[in-house]
Each structure stands twice: as C-alpha cells, then as structure tokens.
Design a protein around this ligand. Structure first.
Ligand SMILES: Nc1ncnc2c1ncn2[C@@H]1O[C@H](COP(=O)(O)OP(=O)(O)OP(=O)(O)O)[C@@H](O)[C@H]1O
Ligand SMILES: [Mg+2]
Length: 351
C-alpha cells in the first residue's frame, strides 16, 4: 500500500514516488524559495557576509515542524555558496566514531547537513561541540590506562542542523549555532504560489479558485500542498478519461473529500485527537500523554505533528494544566460546549 493514500496529511510520511517528486520540486535558490521572508532575509545576509569575507558561513540550525522546507533550505545554503553538500541524520550517528568518520572526510568549505539532529547519540554530540567551535576533534587511541587522545584538525565546514524539536537540543549544542532559523507555517498566498509552481511541473491545468481551496486545506505545509495536488491531479486525470488533467473547485472538493481531508485540512488523526478532547474530556484541560494514549499514538507525534497545527488554527490552547479546546473547536465539530470541569466527573478508569 502506498503511504500517500494512507496518511494524506501526515507531513512526515513520504513514499518513494513522493521523495522523487519532492526532489524535482525543491527550489534551488533563496530567490525561488517561497515565503519565510524573515528567514530568507536572515540567511541571505549570513551567506553574503561570509562570501564577502571568503570564509565558510556560520553554523545554521533550522527548526520547525515537518514539511516546511528545512532540507530544501540546507540544499540551498550549499548551492548558493557553490559548496559541496554532505547529508546525514541524527539516527544514522549512533556512535562518536560515525561522526568522526564524516567530519574527518569533509573537504574545505563543505556543508554538512544533519537532519533530525536532536536524535544524535550523546557521545557524538560532545564531539560535535569541539568540531563546530575549533574545527578539531579528539580521537581516542588505545584502550584502558594506555588510551591517549590524539587531536585531529578538520577542514572548515558549515554545519546545517535540522530539527522538528529544537527544545530537545542540549544548550551547549544550540549555543554553537551562529543562527537559528525558526520556520513558520505558510499563509494561503504563499501556498498558492507553491501549488502553482507544482501544478506547472505536473502539467495540471488548474484554476485560481481550485488552487485556493487546496491552499486552505494543506495545514500551512508545502509538503502537504504538493501531496494534495497530486491526488487532485489523479482525480482530474481519471475523470477526464485520461484526456488531460484539468481541475476546478468541484474536482478539488470531490478529490479531497474522497481522501478524508476536511475543510480546515484536518485528517483522521487530528479529528480523533479533537473528538477525544471534546467529547471525552469535556474540552480539557488534559495532559499531552493522556491525549496521546487515548488516540493510540506516540506523544512525540502528537506534539510535533498534530498539535502545532491545531494550536495555530486556534482549535487548541496550551495551558499549564494541559490542552484545552477553544470555542472554535466546538463549532467546527458541531458540538455544544460542555460546562468546564466535566473531565473531573469522569469515572477514574475512563481516564
Ligand atoms: N518555500 C518553499 N517553496 C516551495 N516549495 C517548498 C518550500 N518549502 C518546502 N517546499 C517543498 O515541500 C517539500 C518538503 O520540503 P522539505 O523536505 O524541505 O521539508 P522539511 O522541513 O525538510 O521536512 P522534514 O522535517 O520532514 O524533513 C519539498 O518538496 C519542497 O520542494
Ligand atoms: Mg527534511
């Protein structure tokens, strides 16, 4: 089964076909990169200053929810400076030795991209501190009492780290980045631009109204925008009997209804979380872990993927006592707001 069809609005899941498509769609320069104007300006300044001084740019941390363009920006940083790019990821660096092998083979000026940097092994993290600061690592030679550490100079490089969970990074690591870019969800206009570009590349003839409808349902996330667009393209193609893909508002609505993406872009998991929060916990407050267990998901997923969007569109608020449903949530789900404190009346084993 194809991941696309299972979790159309999960910004994290990507099938092989989708990855190939993403590769083709990635903007290659800051100029082509849509939206994130603040971050674009910050990056531009940092890269230009480095170029003027003919040095490697400072280390950059890209933080933000999945699918907003972190990998794309890392590639742009390399491309804009005409620098080679090495790609790795936190889960692939489980020993300091893994990192030493990468670092010692970098060429001068290379951009090292470490995706999901918060998942790197602790021992490697410590090695990275020295590497980032002094372009040097200490390699342990021998074992036991006779072990000595041998310093090894590295080629100057730029580390670009990406994380969906900046809060999990230890302070010493966070502090060693010259700049942290916080990526924001995209607004409608920006998403329409992303979609327009992708439609052109897909050879899909789609009108403005239809684009706007997709833009409204893709959770502020370019990856989801591109994915929904492909399903609309399928729909248009099949309904024209293969004659050519042309999509209007009606086609978009029909296609997205088929795939269970509602008018706000909520998918099944979002709706499950919201329904439980509203109906079972009377709108909260309820703790993240309790919510996660109730829908049978990892609390990491709820926190990194589901919740940021629900908070952003004003369906959930985070309070010190837990997550609370906002009035808009009751309206969106067509429910009457319960009296506060209902959750306390629930039988204990229902929690
Ligand atoms: N600003 C943008 N303009 C145009 N397309 C974009 C933009 N940002 C992202 N995209 C597209 O969205 C897709 C996902 O982007 P990308 O892989 O860079 O996200 P990510 O932040 O690295 O996600 P993850 O956290 O899952 O690794 C790519 O196909 C990319 O082309
Ligand atoms: Mg990425």
């Amino acid at each position: 089964m194809n991941h696309d069809d299972l979790d159309l609005t999960d910004p994290e899941l990507a099938s092989e076909a989708e990855l190939a498509f993403e590769g083709a769609l990635r903007p290659k320069s800051l100029q082509e990169f849509v939206g994130q104007s603040k971050v674009r300006g910050q990056l531009q300044l940092l890269l230009t200053a480095a170029q003027l001084q003919q040095r490697t740019p400072d280390h950059i941390l890209l933080a933000g929810p999945p699918g907003l363009g972190k990998t794309t920006l890392a590639m742009i940083v390399a491309h804009e400076g005409g620098r080679p790019l090495r790609m790795s990821s936190g889960p692939a660096i489980q020993h300091a030795g893994d990192l030493a092998a990468i670092l010692s083979s970098l060429v001068p000026g290379e951009v090292l991209f470490i995706d999901e940097i918060h998942r790197m092994a602790r021992s490697a993290e410590e090695m990275l501190y020295l590497a980032m600061e002094d372009f040097r690592i200490d390699i342990m030679v021998g074992k036991g009492a006779g072990a000595t550490s041998v310093p090894l100079d590295l080629a100057p490089f730029t580390l670009v780290g990406a994380t969906t969970r900046a809060g999990l990074l230890p302070n010493p690591l966070r502090d060693r980045f010259g700049f942290t870019a916080h990526l924001e969800f995209y607004d409608r206009g920006e998403l329409e631009q992303v979609l327009e570009r992708a439609a052109r590349m897909l050879g899909l003839d789609i009108d403005g109204e239809a684009l706007a409808e997709i833009a409204g349902r893709c959770r502020g996330t370019p990856r989801i925008a591109n994915r929904l667009l492909r399903r609309v393209r399928d729909y248009a193609l099949v309904h024209s009997g293969g004659a050519g893909a042309r999509a209007d508002l009606e086609a978009v609505r029909a296609a997205l209804e088929l795939y269970d993406v509602d008018a706000l872009g909520l998918d099944r998991l979002d709706r499950a979380v919201m329904t439980i929060l509203l109906e079972r916990f009377g709108g909260g407050p309820v703790g993240l872990n309790t919510l996660a267990v109730s829908v049978g998901e990892e609390s990491e997923t709820i926190e990194a993927v589901v919740e940021p969007f629900l908070v952003r569109i004003g369906l959930i608020t985070r309070t010190p006592r837990g997550r609370v449903a906002a009035p808009a949530a009751w309206r969106h789900f067509g429910l009457a707001e319960h009296a506060p404190g209902v959750e306390q009346a629930l039988p204990i084993d229902d929690l």
